[in-house]
Design a binder for this molecule. Structure first.
Ligand code: PMV
Length: 302
């Protein structure tokens, strides 16, 4: 079974689109795939997300599947893929990236082609471009690697790992249905074009947050990681991607004892994360529960 993991963005989302470094963590939940037919038809079936399409259909998943097939060697053609997943779709947890990476790996393995990292990355980029317009590549880099990664958009992309001084425990709360990532990314670009003297320094400040966060994660300095999450959230508010519900949940989590809290992902709805430890986890969980559609307790690096 070929796999790819879901992701949570810890620091630097949106700024990463503009060349700033970002930090993401792979989730234990992910997507696995298998080829179920080699009869020339190219079908994609994901029961968990109600997807059953053919590569020449017009839906978004079908167009992403077709883009991915075009980006892979022709030897993978004519196969149908079924994916299994426990990841929620459209919640900002990297479902489309995990799907893209899992399809690429499944097809390459079935055709006995070496799943070279740059080939999987560029094929997943082709699919993610259908979902997100102008993706930075951060989501599928995280889906490919797992663990905590640092990522900078470049040619070739700069992907490295961050060594954790100790495991990190976060609560991931889905506060509302996620918004369209392409629309949110476009909104930031528009705001930057309208007010470059305000937004460019905010993007650079997110770069400063990321640099500090890498040091803090390596030293397992939870207070500093939490403070940097709070700063990052304030800067995401300045970019215009947070919502009243997400801001409220960040306040609630901090008041209940979280070290820090921030939006995660594209925003406009979707998920927030709160940094907790064994002492604070239950109070923060109970405080967030009434405001969450879904709540996950994730230990990174366990
Ligand atoms: O939609 P999400 O949660 O996968 O977040 C995308 C991350 C952005 O930085 C907003 C966009 C990108 O391409 O990196």
């Amino acid at each position: 079974m070929a796999t790819a993991c879901g992701k949570v963005l810890l620091f630097g989302e949106h700024a990463v689109v503009h060349g700033v470094e970002a930090i993401a963590a792979g989730l234990p939940d992910g997507v696995s795939g298998e080829v179920f037919a080699r009869d020339g038809a190219e079908r994609l079936v994901v029961d968990a997300w109600s997807i059953d399409c053919s590569a020449d259909d017009d839906s978004r998943p079908a167009r992403a599947f077709a883009a991915l097939l075009r980006a892979l060697p022709v030897a993978v053609r004519g196969r149908s893929v079924r994916l299994e997943t426990s990841l929620p779709a459209g919640a900002g947890l990297g479902s489309s990236a995990a799907m893209s990476v899992a399809i690429a790996r499944t097809l390459l393995a079935d055709a006995s082609i070496d799943a070279d990292e740059s080939l999987v990355f560029s094929a997943a980029m082709a699919a993610e471009s259908v979902f997100h317009g102008n993706p930075s590549g951060l989501d599928h880099a995280a889906a490919m690697r797992g663990g905590i990664i640092r990522y900078r958009r470049a040619t070739p992309p700069q992907i490295g790992s961050v060594t954790m001084g100790a495991p990190i425990r976060i609560l991931v709360a889905q506060v509302s249905p996620g918004a369209d990532t392409a629309r949110m990314v476009h909104g930031v670009r528009t705001r930057r074009d309208r007010e470059p003297r305000a937004i460019e320094p905010a993007l650079a400040a997110i770069g400063g947050v990321v640099a500090g966060a890498i040091e803090a994660i390596e030293k397992a300095d939870l207070r500093r990681i939490g403070e940097l999450m709070d700063i990052n959230h304030g800067l995401l508010m300045a970019l215009g991607v947070s919502t009243a519900e997400i801001d409220q949940c960040c306040h609630i989590a901090r008041s209940a004892g979280a070290f820090g809290a921030k939006l995660t992902g594209a925003g406009g709805g979707g998920c927030m994360i709160a940094l907790v430890d064994a002492q604070s986890v239950s109070t923060v969980t109970e405080a967030l529960r009434p405001h969450s559609l879904r709540l996950m307790d994730v230990t990174l690096g366990a």
